[in-house]
Write a protein that binds this ligand. Structure first.
Ligand SMILES: [Zn+2]
Length: 69
Protein backbone atom coordinates (compact mmCIF):
# COMPACT_ATOMS: atom_id res chain seq x y z
CA UNK A 1 0.00 0.00 0.00
CA UNK A 2 2.88 2.34 -0.57
CA UNK A 3 2.35 5.34 -2.75
CA UNK A 4 4.89 6.95 -4.95
CA UNK A 5 6.66 9.59 -2.91
CA UNK A 6 8.41 11.25 -5.83
CA UNK A 7 6.02 14.16 -5.56
CA UNK A 8 7.61 15.24 -2.27
CA UNK A 9 8.98 18.72 -2.51
CA UNK A 10 12.55 19.50 -1.57
CA UNK A 11 11.25 22.11 0.83
CA UNK A 12 9.88 20.35 3.86
CA UNK A 13 6.85 21.51 5.74
CA UNK A 14 7.34 22.67 9.27
CA UNK A 15 4.29 21.78 11.28
CA UNK A 16 4.13 22.03 15.06
CA UNK A 17 3.71 18.68 16.79
CA UNK A 18 0.38 19.70 18.26
CA UNK A 19 -0.95 20.41 14.78
CA UNK A 20 -0.32 16.86 13.60
CA UNK A 21 -2.53 13.82 13.80
CA UNK A 22 -1.57 10.18 13.28
CA UNK A 23 -3.93 7.86 11.46
CA UNK A 24 -4.07 4.50 13.23
CA UNK A 25 -5.23 2.71 10.10
CA UNK A 26 -2.67 3.75 7.52
CA UNK A 27 -0.09 5.21 9.94
CA UNK A 28 0.23 8.50 8.12
CA UNK A 29 0.49 11.89 9.70
CA UNK A 30 -1.64 14.78 8.59
CA UNK A 31 -2.37 18.28 9.78
CA UNK A 32 -5.26 18.74 12.16
CA UNK A 33 -8.35 20.31 10.69
CA UNK A 34 -9.64 17.36 8.74
CA UNK A 35 -12.18 15.14 10.45
CA UNK A 36 -10.92 12.10 8.58
CA UNK A 37 -7.54 10.92 7.39
CA UNK A 38 -6.82 12.42 3.94
CA UNK A 39 -4.90 9.27 3.08
CA UNK A 40 -7.47 6.56 3.73
CA UNK A 41 -10.56 8.37 4.97
CA UNK A 42 -10.46 6.74 8.38
CA UNK A 43 -11.68 8.66 11.39
CA UNK A 44 -9.49 6.56 13.68
CA UNK A 45 -6.68 8.92 14.46
CA UNK A 46 -5.10 10.66 17.42
CA UNK A 47 -3.02 13.74 17.84
CA UNK A 48 0.63 12.97 17.45
CA UNK A 49 1.45 14.78 20.69
CA UNK A 50 -0.91 12.51 22.60
CA UNK A 51 0.44 9.45 20.85
CA UNK A 52 3.97 10.31 21.91
CA UNK A 53 2.80 10.84 25.45
CA UNK A 54 1.47 7.30 25.46
CA UNK A 55 -2.18 8.18 25.85
CA UNK A 56 -3.25 6.16 22.84
CA UNK A 57 -6.22 4.28 24.28
CA UNK A 58 -7.65 7.28 26.11
CA UNK A 59 -7.24 9.65 23.22
CA UNK A 60 -8.66 7.20 20.73
CA UNK A 61 -11.91 7.05 22.65
CA UNK A 62 -11.88 10.81 23.00
CA UNK A 63 -11.36 11.31 19.28
CA UNK A 64 -14.18 8.99 18.38
CA UNK A 65 -16.48 10.80 20.77
CA UNK A 66 -15.61 14.24 19.42
CA UNK A 67 -15.94 13.05 15.83
CA UNK A 68 -19.47 11.90 16.53
CA UNK A 69 -20.45 15.32 17.81
ZN1 LIG B 1 -5.33 6.90 7.19
Amino acid sequence: MRHNTSTLRPQQLHVPLKRLALCLDCERCFELGATACPGCGSSTWITLARFLEGGVAADLAETRASNAA
